[in-house]
Unconditional design. Structure first.
Length: 230
């Protein structure tokens, strides 16, 4: 069994045939290890994103992973490849995704998900992969802002392209990761906590019935106020 003593921010997904896929930060890179025996043993970690040992995590800012019905593995993570940006105390990451079509032996070149550079500095995001191979992502983004605050964006990854990029909510919690799940037909539901200067920040969601091309209006989830301002 490989040693994972120096790993952090793990994310797990299940695949066909009992596959268990685990993504994590290890020695400053994004790595993936697999188990095909129910978790009894795992393969040696394979680097999915080579970040020159500079990748950071913490506070829900690690990688995410998903596997489709064909065994294609998708990994997303907020990382910084810009050497000058890395020198800053708080470097702004970009949201990247990679895929493996050979059972985790190798991964594609990183594909940036956020459209504008340095506009997803929080690195908070979620990923869900449908059995049909469609990859759904949602993340905090500042592309439409000139002042403080964060908005919630969504996009799909299909056939190596980012499609249906859109804004789902404005002024969301700056330090809360969004939630994302798929129903049995591969339709996404996205949940988030609102932000802004409010005495009680509430929880909302939006649903899609056409695989993420359109979403319903925002619906509040909690009946009683959270009474949490920050």
């Amino acid at each position: 069994m490989p040693s994972f003593d120096d790993a952090m921010q793990p994310a797990l997904a299940l695949g066909p045939g009992g596959l268990i896929a685990l993504a994590m930060l290890q020695r400053g890179n994004i790595v993936v290890t697999l188990s095909r025996d129910g978790g009894t043993s795992f393969s040696p970690p394979v680097v999915a994103m080579d970040c020159n040992g500079q990748a950071r995590g913490g506070r829900q800012r690690g990688p995410r992973i998903g596997v489709d019905s064909r065994g294609v593995i998708t990994v997303s993570a907020p990382v910084t490849f810009d050497a000058d940006e890395r020198k800053k105390r708080y470097p702004a990451p970009e949201l990247f995704a990679v895929q493996s079509k050979d059972g985790g032996k190798s991964f594609s070149a990183p594909l940036r998900i956020n459209a504008m550079e340095k506009k997803a500095p929080e690195g908070l995001h979620a990923l869900a992969v449908g059995s049909d191979g469609a990859v759904h992502l949602t993340w905090l983004d500042r592309s439409e802002r000139t002042g403080p605050g964060q908005d919630l964006f969504y996009a799909r990854l299909a056939s190596g392209r980012v499609t249906d990029r859109m804004t789902l909510a404005q002024t969301v919690c700056e330090c809360c990761a969004p939630g994302l799940g798929l129903d049995g037909r591969g339709n996404p539901t996205v949940a988030w906590r609102e932000g802004g200067d409010k005495a009680s920040r509430e929880i909302f969601l939006r649903r899609s019935v056409d695989a993420g091309r359109h979403f319903s209006p925002a619906q509040r989830v909690n009946t009683d106020p959270t009474k949490e301002a920050g």
